[in-house]
Design a protein around this ligand. Structure first.
Ligand SMILES: *Cc1c(COP(=O)(O)O)cnc(C)c1O
Length: 421
């Protein structure tokens, strides 16, 4: 459920009419709903209660500091995968003890940053990383709390680019090697083993792979305890999928997911962490664009928008579907017409949808891409020297620009001309 609904035929974000935002900030832009972010975060905390738990929002899905502060102020933790994201979490006022550091390639500099700024735990993904973290922590006279990310070798049945829990993926250590790696972790100075981490992929629309993975984690918990390790925290990752096509999909709900967690690992007495990104942010955002031209081609009609693949790359990168809707609802009785919906970038890959039925729209009309809050703005680039588009946050009947559109001067001034030219 989200808070982007039609009222009197006009798409609103909560109580704000989308055309009002467009008139103020210009198109294209992203707009996020505070009520939706809040609702989704609460669904998870309610689903995990009464287990001791922390819901750590995966910053990589939507990293605007105002969004992080919205969630952080509700008590959310944060899952970061870079020093930059760590800085964003702190800038949003989230204390280090609620920040979890994930990722396969943490540098020593990033480790130092988090150890000095405060960290809840590092999710360590390899033996070389374990040794590096031990060295860095020891050199600072610090102790790094760690979990080790295990790769349970389960098929997440999702898009190959976002599956992470198969043995051929680069993530984690094979679960069969866990015993040896935990033994090494326990011997190394500067580390304190506190738990186990697993994350098997993104946009999972079936609970079965989670169940397989979590049962393996439960077994591993018992085994590691028997080997003398103190396992008090389980980080179960993120990955719960969302319905991108309203008409034909109903992925599992956070309540179902919470029940599964209780069933599989709930009796171990561990504190539970989860790292949802997309389920919190995905349906909390839309991308609004204007129609530049309606071009009638030889065998198809094109809707050319002012948004492009550089603003929202999911369709061209993953073949992802986004529902595209007119901001002004079409008059009843108008027949839908098929369009290829494209952007202005000079690549055929700059296609959002092919043969998509849409009620007639004309030059200057506004359209909205639904479910664009996650992996939208964060993956944007300036390809074709197109400025990063603004982000807007709505709260009830008011809105604020939470990232401004850069000027062309700002963009061009980042380039410098060497003295020999
Ligand atoms: C990407 C990622 C997440 C979030 O995944 P979603 O599908 O957005 O929920 C959580 N944890 C880790 C380690 C990740 O890499």
């Amino acid at each position: 459920m989200d808070h982007f609904l039609y009222r009197d035929g006009i798409l609103h974000a909560e109580d704000v009419a989308i055309p009002d935002i467009a008139a103020t900030v210009g198109t294209p832009f992203y707009v996020y709903s505070t009520a939706t972010l809040t609702r989704h975060y609460r669904l998870f905390t309610e689903a995990l209660s009464p287990l001791p738990h922390l819901v750590c929002f995966a910053i990589k899905s939507l990293s605007n500091i105002a969004v992080l502060k919205t969630l952080g102020d509700l008590g959310a933790g944060m899952d970061v995968v870079s020093g930059g994201e760590y800085r964003r979490a702190l800038a949003a006022g989230v204390p280090g003890e609620r920040i979890v550091f994930s990722g396969v390639g943490k540098t020593r500099e990033e480790m130092r940053l988090a150890l000095t700024g405060g960290i809840r735990q590092f999710n360590v993904e390899s033996e070389p990383e374990l040794r590096a973290l031990s060295e860095v922590a020891s050199s600072l006279g610090a102790t790094a709390p760690i979990t080790i990310r295990v790769n349970p070798d389960v098929d997440a049945k999702t898009h190959e680019k976002i599956a992470t829990g198969k043995k051929e993926n680069k993530f984690g250590i094979p679960i069969a090697r866990a015993s040896a790696v935990y033994a090494e972790a326990a011997r190394l100075p500067g580390l304190k083993v506190i738990g186990i981490d697993v994350h098997i992929g993104s946009q999972l629309t079936d609970l079965a792979p989670f169940e397989q993975a979590y049962l393996k984690v439960a077994d591993l918990t018992r085994q590691l305890r028997a080997e003398g390790h103190s396992i008090t925290r389980l980080d179960l990752g993120g990955g719960l999928g969302i319905p991108y096509e309203r008409s034909n999909s109903a992925p599992p709900l956070p309540t179902d997911y919470g029940a599964l967690i209780k069933r599989t690992v709930g009796d171990l007495g561990c504190e539970i962490e989860i790292e949802p990104g997309r389920l919190i942010s995905g349906n909390a955002g839309i991308l609004v664009a204007s129609v530049i031209y309606v071009k009638n081609g030889e065998d198809r009609d094109f809707l050319i928008l002012d948004a492009a693949m550089n603003d929202l790359i999911r369709p061209s990168m993953y073949g992802a579907h986004h529902d595209i809707v007119p901001v002004r609802e079409a008059a009843p009785g108008l027949e839908a017409q098929e369009f290829d919906v494209v952007g202005p970038v000079c690549e055929t890959g700059d296609t959002f949808a092919k043969g998509r039925p849409l009620t007639p729209v004309a030059e200057g009309d506004l359209v909205a891409f639904r479910s664009a809050g996650a992996y939208g703005a964060v993956m944007a680039s300036e390809y074709n020297t197109r400025p990063l588009i603004p982000e807007v946050l709505v709260h009830g009947d008011h809105f604020a620009v939470i990232r401004t559109r850069p000027t062309f001067d700002e963009m061009l001034n980042r380039d410098t001309i060497p003295e020999w030219l």
